[in-house]
Design a protein around this ligand. Structure first.
Ligand SMILES: Cc1cc2nc3c(=O)[nH]c(=O)nc-3n(C[C@H](O)[C@H](O)[C@H](O)COP(=O)(O)OP(=O)(O)OC[C@H]3O[C@@H](n4cnc5c(N)ncnc54)[C@H](O)[C@@H]3O)c2cc1C
Length: 398
């Protein structure tokens, strides 16, 4: 039997019974419906593969993210079926970086980016996935994945199913990472892990074509425009910073972030649109593996670049493109599973390894109060240095 035929089984529509115990074969099961998972499932369904996607939350929902997407993803997102040109999104071509003391530099962004909220973007991509035939199970958490006799068996709240391929696009840190005891979970606290992220949407006065990165002690805060005349205000800092401020976000902001005069102004003079900020903890930039027990890892689940580099979302999209190419070859019977995994890892490494290395070096500079003050002062007369640093963490259009 051809590999293609072997995996083309089970045509029943199970979308109406997500909470019953069902056992059906899909060609691909995608675990996690963020940008990596949604874009992979759209590519697969467009190519005619029977695809199921599990997302533990209900769309639309907010996520901690700076919501600035590098232009390298524009064509890819459009090719998925989302016409970005129609959305009148802010196009961002300028960068401002300030030190904790308030010194600052400005630079033009060579490639630049655009602003769009995750609330809006992920929901739109979910609609496109469904339109293309992906079975999207929302509010459905995958709790176990077992590989046996060339098939994956997945358990989720309320049921189980089989698939020929499983893709892990469950983001920075999930229940499955803990269950599988992945290496980054076992790491002791170090300077590449144990960060927290905080996000607000605000109304404020700020140029629509600019993204600013304001540094403070042990962290940095980005601000840039998204759709609907709103701005995304999002910061990353150490869990230690929060602990020292009695685990109070407000207290930490007042005691630490406000020392940067730009942040004090933004926090004091803007209208905050959420009752409470969206937050995440235990963020790790430690190395991860790209295959776990034959599951292809995508996006943040394969490795998380520091937000300072501003292109984690593009890397999530790009990893979906690489995974799709190899899954397609496998399901057509052109390559075996071992070859698919090897090729995926090789292409992932070629595309992203250098960016990760540069991202970790740059991350090391920031957050240290004195060093950042000194750094900003030192490179002020040489804005091209910033340009070189940005290029070192970004890729080409794909
Ligand atoms: C503070 C901060 C600021 C950032 N700013 C930017 C920026 O400005 N620009 C940029 O390009 N990148 C930025 N990033 C990075 C960017 O947010 C990520 O790289 C990107 O979201 C990765 O997408 P993903 O699809 O891999 O994961 P996610 O978008 O996190 O999606 C993973 C999904 O999996 C779901 N899930 C998890 N476990 C399960 C399970 N067991 N079953 C079912 N579903 C599950 C989750 O609910 C989630 O929806 C930032 C990150 C942080 C922390």
């Amino acid at each position: 039997m051809l590999q293609e035929e072997k995996y083309k089984t089970g045509n029943e529509d199970i979308s109406s019974c997500p909470n019953e115990s069902v056992r059906r074969a899909f060609q691909v099961a995608v675990i996690g419906g963020g940008l990596a998972g949604l874009s992979l499932s759209i590519l697969l369904s467009k190519a005619g593969y029977k695809t199921i996607l599990f997302e533990k939350e209900k769309y639309p929902f907010h996520k901690v993210c700076g919501e600035y997407i590098s232009m390298e993803s524009w064509n890819f997102i459009t090719s998925l079926g989302l016409n970005l040109s129609e959305l009148n999104l802010p196009i961002i071509q300028k960068l401002m970086v300030s030190s904790p003391g308030g010194d600052f530099i400005k630079a033009n962004l060579d490639l630049g980016g655009f602003g769009i909220s995750r609330y809006f973007l992920d929901n739109k991509l979910r609609d496109i996935a469904i339109k293309n035939g992906v079975k999207v199970f929302e509010e459905t958490k995958v709790t176990e994945v077992i590989f046996n006799e060339e098939m994956f068996s997945l358990k989720y709240n309320g049921g189980e199913m089989n698939a020929a391929i499983a893709a892990g696009s469950f983001g920075k840190r999930s229940n499955l990472d803990i269950k599988w005891k992945r290496d980054f979970i076992k790491q002791k606290n170090n300077k590449l892990n144990n960060y927290i992220g905080v996000k607000y949407h605000i109304k404020t006065e700020f140029p629509a074509d600019t993204i600013a990165l304001h540094n403070f002690k042990n962290g940095y805060c980005g601000i840039s425009k998204v759709e609907n005349d709103e701005y995304c205000l999002c910061y990353l800092t150490t869990a230690e910073n929060l602990k020292k401020n009695h685990n109070s976000i407000k207290e930490m902001e007042k005691n630490i972030l406000y020392k940067n005069p730009f942040l004090k102004e933004i926090f004091s003079a803007s209208e905050f649109l959420f009752k409470e900020p969206v937050t995440i903890s235990q963020i790790s930039f430690d190395k991860k593996t790209q295959i776990e027990n034959h599951i292809l890892m995508l996006g943040d689940a394969a490795g998380m670049i520091t937000p300072l580099c501003g292109n984690g979302m593009s890397m999530a999209f790009h990893s979906a493109g690489i995974a799709f190419g190899n899954i397609d070859l496998f399901l057509k019977g052109n390559i075996g599973r071992k070859e698919m995994e090897k090729r995926y890892c090789g292409e992932w490494e070629k595309q992203f390894a250098k960016r990760f290395r540069n991202g970790r070096i740059i991350q090391g500079f920031f957050g240290k109060e004195k060093l950042t003050n000194l750094f900003i002062r030192a490179i002020k007369p040489f804005p091209f240095v910033i340009d070189r640093m940005i290029k070192g963490t970004h890729g080409e259009e794909f």
